[in-house]
Design a protein around this ligand. Structure first.
Ligand code: GLU
Length: 267
């Protein structure tokens, strides 16, 4: 009896302690919530969340260790336009699944990672203006019987990536097809190459990079959604969004945006 009472008392004390700690954590969050733009200026660095496995947009070059692509060059140019040489851009890897969480827990300041602006996501993050227009499509091995969305019957398997709009859209557009989801695009493409599915689905812009890497694969059936890319920041950072939009506009006006786009994206 005594033991039970003692245990109960201990449990109570640790619950109170835990509640106290959680309370303190809340305080830290409030601290973090202080303006991201002010923090960037104070730290003299801006941390962009980018893809590391997506050719043409954000791909880690294994021989140099650098991340390369349209999203990287664009974010570098935006940082320079907004802050000059004082603030250094840094890069952290995100996947479609991890990007919103990493933004909201303050590990990154902005997501520049093939991210579609949509109403659902606007509940969680704030977006800049559109910086690139993509559309969802299909990648198949050349000669595949799948030539478009209408061929995705119950006997076919489509590969997609967790946390992407593509994984959601495909269930709506091809409700019969089986869908297999992977952690990132490298894994999904490896699965397609080893015949784990009949098609891989995501934005045409990403699929072009895969077809360039391995020309035995091709895009089929055109696009069946609109995927306007935006830069995401933690909700409530209007000043940072405004600055990014201003910088984006001046890169467009000066021709720098087109220069970066032409370097990576072939029409
Ligand atoms: N643009 C789509 C999305 O934001 C697909 C690309 C990606 O997974 O990043 O979900």
């Amino acid at each position: 009896m005594f033991k039970t009472k003692k245990l109960l008392k201990m449990a109570f004390v640790s619950t109170v302690a835990a509640a106290f700690l959680v309370g303190c954590g809340g305080g830290d969050d409030a601290q973090e919530d202080k303006d991201v733009l002010a923090q960037i200026k104070e730290d003299k660095k801006i941390v962009f969340g980018v893809k590391y496995d997506t050719r043409l947009f954000g791909l880690k070059n294994p021989s140099t260790g650098d991340v390369e692509g349209f999203d990287i060059d664009l974010s570098k140019a935006l940082a320079e336009e907004m802050f000059g040489p004082d603030v250094k851009p840094e890069y952290k890897e995100v996947t479609s699944k991890t990007r919103v969480g990493l933004l909201n827990n303050g590990k990154i300041d902005a997501v520049v990672a093939t991210m579609t602006i949509n109403e659902e996501r606007k509940k969680e993050v704030d977006f800049t203006d559109v910086y690139f227009d993509a559309g969802q499509s299909l990648l198949v091995e050349k000669g595949s019987k799948v030539q478009g969305i209408e061929d995705l019957s119950k006997d076919t398997t489509v590969l997609a990536v967790k946390g992407s709009t593509s994984a959601v859209n495909i269930r709506e557009k091809a409700p019969e097809a089986k869908v297999l989801e992977f952690e990132n695009y490298a894994e999904a493409f490896t699965a397609l190459k080893s015949n784990k599915g009949d098609a891989l689905t995501t934005d045409d812009s990403i699929l072009y990079g895969m077809a360039e890497e391995d020309p035995s694969f091709e895009l089929v059936g055109g696009t069946f959604t609109e995927e306007p890319y935006g830069i995401a920041v933690k909700k409530g950072n209007k000043e940072l969004v405004d600055e990014l939009n201003k910088a984006l506009k001046s890169l467009k006006d000066s021709g720098k945006y087109d220069e970066i786009k032409d370097k990576w994206i072939k029409e």
